[in-house]
Each structure stands twice: as C-alpha cells, then as structure tokens.
Design a protein around this ligand. Structure first.
Ligand code: XMP
Length: 434
C-alpha cells in the first residue's frame, strides 16, 4: 500500500534523525535526503506530501550558506524550514527544545498543512517489504550470515516470510558466543521457523588461530578474517546464490554520511567478501531505526529475548577474555556472563541497563577456598548506560545484587575467586576492555 512520506532535507543539521523519528512516531513515514536533491530524484520518491528544510550549524560551508535546489522550491509541495543554530538566514523562530512543543509543531505541519495520513506502521511495512523482496529476488536464492544479533535475526525472519526456502542462513559459531546463543539460533530459525540453516561449529578452528595471540587488534583481525573465510567456504558449497541478505539499518546509512554530516563510523556487516563472489544485496531494514527493527522483529514473531538483547561486539567474548585466550578462562568468562545476565534479568534490569557483561583478565590472585590457599582468576563486572556508545555512564547496581552475583560466580564458576566492579565512565574507559 502507498504510504505518505515527508522528506527531510539535510541542510547541515545534526538533528535530522531526531526529526525523522519524531515524524515516524506520529505514524508518518519519512526519509532524510541531501539538500541538493534533483527534480528527478524527488519525483522518484513515492507518496511525498511535504518537505522539511532542516538547517543547522553546518549550514554555512566555506562562508556560503547552502540552500535546497530550485527543484524543491518549484515542486509545489508544502515546505517547512527548521533551523537549529539560533540565527537563521530568514530569522525564523528558534526550534523548540521541548519535545512536546516540537511534536506539536511537526504534527501541525504534517497533518494540517501536508494532509499526510498516519499510515506508517509495522504491519504495512512488513507487507510492503515482503512484496519488494519477492519482486527483487524472483525465484533466485539468497544467502544470509545469521549471527543471532537483532538486525540479522530480523532480516532472517522477514526473508523467511517473503521467500521461505529460497533463503539459506549460515550461522557461524566462532566459539566466542555467549552461553546458549548458538542453540537459540538453531531452535528459533531451524526448528520453529523452518529455515534452511547451515550451522557451522568453527570453535576449534577459531581457538586454534587465536592461540597465543595477546594483541587486541590482532585478535579482532583474526576473528574478522576467519569469519569471512568460514562464511565464504559455506557460500561456495551452495550453488546458484545471487543475493546476499544484510542487516543494514538506517543509522548505518545516515551516519556514514549525508553530504553535510561528518563521517562517524564506517560500517561493515559482512564486508570483505572476495571479488569473485558477486552478490546483489537485499537490505530490507535499511530505512528503519533500531527501535523500529525491534518492533518489526516482535511483529514477525521473534522471541523478545532475541529482539531486545543488549549489543554484543562482533568479536564476541574474544575481546572480554583479555590477552591470549585460553579455554579455561573463556569458559569461566562465558559462565560468569551467564550468571550476570540471569541475575540482572531476575532483578528486572534486562532491557533497562544498556550493556552489561563480565571481563576476565589474564592474571591470578591468592584466595582461600575450603581452608586451603587458592590461586585463581578475578572476574570484572561492567554495566553501562549510553545513548550512542560514544560516551557512557556506569549503572549504580544495587549493592545486595552485586554481592549475590559475587557469591554465585565465586562458588559456581571454576577457577574464579574474586569479583570486581568497574566504576569507570566513558571517557576515560571505553565500554569494552580491549
Ligand atoms: P567501546 O569499547 O569502543 O565500545 O566503548 C562501544 C560499543 O561498541 C561495541 N564494540 C564493538 N562492536 N565490533 C563490534 O561489532 C567490535 O570490534 C567492537 N568493539 C566494541 C561495544 O560492545 C560497545 O557497545
């Protein structure tokens, strides 16, 4: 079904996504585009009801104030200028800081001026994407690297709904996943959703490659490169695959740069596949924000625990088992992390604290166990809150809860005799320890 759309033109604002999210929260679809959009590009966008010219501190480039193209002014569509930097070329009133006020202004423009309909919802989104995926893929085959993270899981569920058996998911267990994760991927996607799932247990291979490697960047590189190698080997075993599914989401696109935005981060979901393996990408989530991806996952029937899980780095437990990884410490890390997650969930903190995990260093200390001296590893608990992972504050975890977790870890996890709590915000500490 045709959805109404409000176009946001980026004229140097740092708040494009904020406005985009406000409008989507009103139930109206919106996309962010470059200020110099051409008449043809504008005409190619379906259902456009109005345009927001979103100016801000980056509006003046090399002393010249940038402006939208004449195509925009001649489009005949309702236009609304927003400026966030106080002094504006047209002396517009300041853009309200207050959320309710801002929403009221946007709502007036979107519904009263543009007469847009609030028809953006997950049901329509899924129906549209199923149709688009079927049109793009036809009767061809699609391959998907299914890590079990939120984005790849939601893409998998959407592709299963759209093309079912034409999809093959490959789940590579690099041995650095959290307790129960590979089992959950198999249970949900293979058993419950009936997907073609290739499960590769490459734990031994990864641990072999990582043996004796202590440098964090080297560890990351080995894990990344080996992941691609394993995935590629599996891909070569399948014949006739022309498409590659990817869990790209809207912030990946917006952050990697509209014309006035600074480059924030380059994103690679499965980057680096060899040149002779040419796939066309299927990226059905590329216009969704993270909370919308989660809502989409829930609407597709994925378990909440999978959809609302905390972020987990690609190299997994590999960057939390400090220094050269050993089986003994890796197992202690996995078990202590499982206890932490279990106790946080029981205390109602799941989904409330942004990220929490344990870290295991590569030194031991003296303790007493069963009346005898023991020389064992400590485990460090880290629990942080953040909006964008660029800065973070620590969670003030209840003392009794910390004591309970300490008791469980030191009694249930072999080889661990101390538990520490990391009190460092970011900066100066990063979220991960490596
Ligand atoms: P830092 O440690 O830089 O982490 O404060 C910020 C966020 O990024 C995650 N992180 C990673 N994610 N690959 C990933 O996919 C990585 O190599 C990686 N390193 C850190 C980290 O968990 C936190 O959420």
């Amino acid at each position: 079904m045709q959805q109404d759309m409000i176009v946001i033109l980026d004229l140097g604002s740092e708040q494009n996504t904020l406005i985009a999210r406000d409008i989507r929260a009103l139930g109206v679809y919106t996309e962010i585009h470059n200020f110099d959009i051409t008449a043809d590009e504008l005409a190619a966008l379906p259902g456009v009801k109005g345009i927001i010219l979103n100016g801000g501190p980056n509006r003046v480039v090399d002393g010249v104030s940038i402006d939208a193209s004449s195509a925009v002014y001649e489009s005949g569509l309702p236009l609304f200028t927003v400026d966030h930097c106080g002094k504006t070329p047209q002396d517009l009133p300041a853009w309200p800081e207050d959320e309710a006020e801002r929403k009221a202004v946007l709502s007036k423009f979107v519904f009263d001026t543009c007469r847009a309909e609030a028809n953006w919802n997950m049901e329509n989104f899924i129906a549209d994407q199923v149709e688009l995926i079927r049109r793009q893929v036809g009767d061809k085959k699609v391959l998907l690297a299914l890590s079990g993270g939120v984005d790849s899981s939601v893409v998998a569920a959407l592709l299963i709904k759209a093309i079912g058996s034409q999809l093959t998911c490959v789940h590579v267990n690099h041995g650095l996943l959290r307790k129960g994760e590979p089992e959950q991927v198999v249970e949900v996607f293979q058993k419950q959703m009936g997907a073609n799932l290739v499960y590769v247990d490459a734990s031994e291979r990864f641990l072999g490659k990582l043996a004796g490697v202590a440098d964090p960047e080297k560890k990351r590189k080995i894990i990344g490169a080996e992941f691609i190698r394993v995935f590629e080997e599996e891909a070569r075993k399948l014949s006739g695959v022309e498409f590659l599914g990817q869990g790209t989401i809207y912030p990946d696109i917006v952050e990697s740069g509209t014309k006035t935005a600074k480059m924030v981060k380059s994103h690679h979901n499965v980057g680096g596949l060899p040149e002779d393996m040419q796939f066309e990408l299927v990226e059905p989530l590329k216009m969704l924000f993270k909370d919308e991806v989660r809502a989409c996952g829930v609407a597709l029937g994925l378990p909440e625990g999978m959809v609302y899980r905390q972020p987990f780095p690609g190299p997994g437990l590999g960057v939390r088992c400090l220094g050269a990884i050993t089986r003994e410490r890796l197992e202690a890390l996995r078990e202590s992390d499982a206890i932490l997650r279990e106790e946080f969930a029981a205390a109602g903190l799941m989904g409330k604290v942004w990220q929490y995990f344990t870290v295991i260093p590569d030194f031991q200390s003296v303790g007493v166990r069963d009346n005898a001296r023991c020389f064992e590893y400590p485990v460090i608990i880290r629990a942080v809150n953040t909006v964008d992972a660029m800065t973070a504050t620590i969670e003030r975890v209840d003392w009794a809860l910390l004591e309970k977790i300490t008791d469980r870890i030191t009694h249930e996890v072999p080889g661990v005799n101390r538990v520490l709590y990391d009190l460092t915000p970011k900066p100066v500490g990063t979220i991960e320890w490596e």
